[in-house]
Design a protein around this ligand. Sequence first.
Ligand code: TMP
Length: 218
Amino acid sequence: MFDGPDGSGKSTQFRRFSAWVKGIGVPVTELREPGGTPIGERIREVLLDVAHEEMTLTCEMLLYMASRAQIVEEVVQPALERGDLVLADRFISSTHAYQGAGGGLPVESIDLVGNVAVGGWMPDLTVVFDVDPETASRRLNPLLDRMERKGETFHARVRAGYLEQVQRNPDHYILVDARPDEETVYTTVMESLEDRLSVLRAPRGLSPKANQSPQASP
Ligand code: TMP
């Protein structure tokens, strides 16, 4: 799963990585959040609409989770049952960074709702793209959406929220310095994922590990 602050370039890296994986013949299902299903795309419009200034933090968190609940049942579960590799552009770590660290919702509330929304369908691996605010703002479309408009202090907390998740859970997170140019970042991504890529290159069966809850990869 690829995640990171707005302007980190993660979606560009996501597209390149996904194209590479497909190119070596691995069946891939791509997710984007919020969105990725007809219902999720409508929720996305509500979430990012600049007219919705009055949206409360709890409503915001529940809408992100509602979009996620839909994509997990409609897309992720069938994809994993088919044996696809599921690649996601954002997932629950975004909620921890934005509504948790950024907005101030307690981790426990997010985990509680997250458990209802996704159950055990958690990513095997989350690649976090870290970027400084100046580089990030240069990369953003000047027409900022409702989340991008939240201001410097909020986005500094979001960035710190990602770094904290990486530190807390080094087995399931990789940190990539996303400040350099696209090509350099892509090389870093490929090097950081080298161990996993060798598994992908090998002939594979994707049945869930017997003693674990179902996992999406990476
Ligand atoms: P995107 O620009 O990567 O498509 O994401 C849309 C915005 O939604 C982005 O500003 C991050 C934000 N977001 C949250 O605040 N919480 C979430 O759970 C997710 C998935 C995204």
